[in-house]
Design a protein around this ligand. Structure first.
Ligand code: FAD
Ligand code: UDP
Length: 385
């Protein structure tokens, strides 16, 4: 009855479902464990009329034109440039830390000296990872780097990951570089926007195809049984000769047979205030104060004429399993030992030709939304077109 079973209705699973059904003419069964589509990008209007992001703030940004155009066939956009402030010594300064942040935190003469040195050393408009800046041999720049490391990075990172910046892959800190510029936007990509009617609506359109059958609230293991030794599968108790695309946690797929891959999760606390706005910009980071990392106010992202406003605080912690405390595996933890364990699982997966692993969890990668859409389109072209 079905040619392909896809596990997970996030971007990875949904883009592949759409491509397989509409371009390759396949019959697709899309199985999702949650009660809703859109994976971690899910959003919904809350009880106060505010469009909120269920699993944390999601800002779409890309310089990949193909990805932007592809998604544009499922949504209209609301142009939106994300701005973040970080609370440092009681002041709210632009993040990524830039020349304006420097001027706000250092006395005039010193700020000008540091600025000059930064521009001479690295160039105006350049993004410097903090872990590179901290290795500088110039005493004054080293003082600045230590200050930024202490005030912006180390405590936030310990809250977010449970380890210091030295103990996590450099790619994580590189996401928020020191920016030798006065551009105070969080991203500099060519396309920055949010779906005008939200991400969930975009997914509804993407999955609206007669070739896609969606089964919500269902763990795939109830209906699909892969026999990894024999390299066979059954679907609804019958032999199944089609393809299986899996976008969930790879260690869970293999019943943790090589051990558990660690993930970080977030506890989300939403709060609504009887006032028009709560803070100056969509996201304010608290690197040093409180147990939460940041507060996001959604009305800055999806404009709404309302006398109330809803904000979200994110409290990071270790992920302890889907069934325990309802946590979501939000972030793979990018450390060598974990990557090595992931590779061993991937080798196991390669012995099963009908299985394709795609997605942030299945590939244990720090994929943003545009990365995962690009990846799903590429996998489709390479393997299924
Ligand atoms: P997911 O969205 O996680 O989808 C996987 C799906 O598989 C889930 O719905 C899950 O329930 C389902 N599943 C798993 N196991 C099973 C099973 N056994 N049976 C059935 N279904 C199963 N990206 C950006 O570009 N910009 C941002 O601002 C941004 N902010 C983020 C903020 C947070 C807090 C987080 C966690 C991520 C953020 N991202 C952002 C990244 C973005 O969420 C991911 O790139 C995207 O969701 C990855 O899609 P995916 O399909 O790989 O995974
Ligand atoms: N980070 C930090 N301080 C901040 C913001 C970010 O130390 O104020 C570090 C932290 O380790 C974080 C990483 O930079 O996990 C990437 O930040 P980003 O905002 O990209 O995280 P995401 O939105 O993916 O959670």
């Amino acid at each position: 009855m079905f040619d392909v079973v896809i596990v997970g209705a996030g971007f990875a699973g949904s883009v592949l479902a759409r491509q397989l059904a509409s371009v390759a003419g396949k019959k697709v069964l899309l199985v999702e464990r949650r009660r809703h589509i859109a994976g971690n990008c899910h959003d919904a209007v809350d009880g106060h009329g505010v469009l909120v992001h269920t699993y944390g703030p999601h800002l779409f940004h890309t310089s990949n034109r193909e990805v932007f155009e592809y998604l544009s066939s499922f949504t209209e956009w609301h142009e939106y440039q994300h701005r973040v402030l970080a609370v440092v010594d009681g002041r709210k300064v632009p993040l990524p830390f830039n020349l304006t942040s420097l001027e706000m935190l250092f006395p005039g003469g010193m700020a000008r000296t540091l600025e000059k040195k930064l521009v001479e050393r690295f160039g105006f408009g350049v993004k410097v990872p903090i872990m590179e800046l901290i290795r500088t041999d110039d005493a004054e720049l080293k003082m600045l780097a230590d200050y930024i490391y202490e005030k912006i990075f180390v405590h936030y990172t310990v809250k977010q990951w449970g380890v210091t910046p030295e103990d996590i892959s450099p790619e994580v800190m590189e996401r928020v570089p020191v920016f030798i510029s006065r551009d105070d936007r969080y991203f500099q990509d060519t396309y920055q926007a949010v779906p005008r009617h939200g991400y969930t609506r975009l997914f509804e359109k993407m999955l609206d195809h007669p070739g896609i059958h969606l089964l919500l609230n269902t763990d795939y293991r109830v209906i699909v049984q892969p026999n990894l030794e024999r390299r066979t599968m059954s679907l609804f108790g019958q032999p199944f000769k089609g393809e299986l695309i899996f976008t969930g946690m790879i260690d869970e797929f293999f019943d943790y047979s090589l051990g558990r891959l660690p993930y970080r999760t977030l506890d989300f606390v939403f709060e609504t205030f009887e006032q028009e706005f709560f803070q100056e910009v969509a996201t304010v980071n608290y690197p040093n104060e409180y147990d939460f990392t940041r507060i996001t106010e959604f009305k800055h992202i999806h404009a709404r004429q309302l006398p109330k406003t809803t904000v979200l605080r994110e409290f990071p912690r270790d992920y302890r399993g889907f069934d325990q405390e309802g946590g979501t595996p939000s972030y793979p933890i990018f450390q060598e030992a974990n990557t090595a364990l992931y590779e061993r699982y991937r080798n196991m997966a390669e012995k099963f030709p009908a299985l394709t692993l795609v997605g942030r969890l299945a590939e244990y990668r720090y994929y943003d939304m545009d990365d995962i859409v690009a990846r799903a389109l590429e996998v489709f072209e390479r393997k299924f077109a």
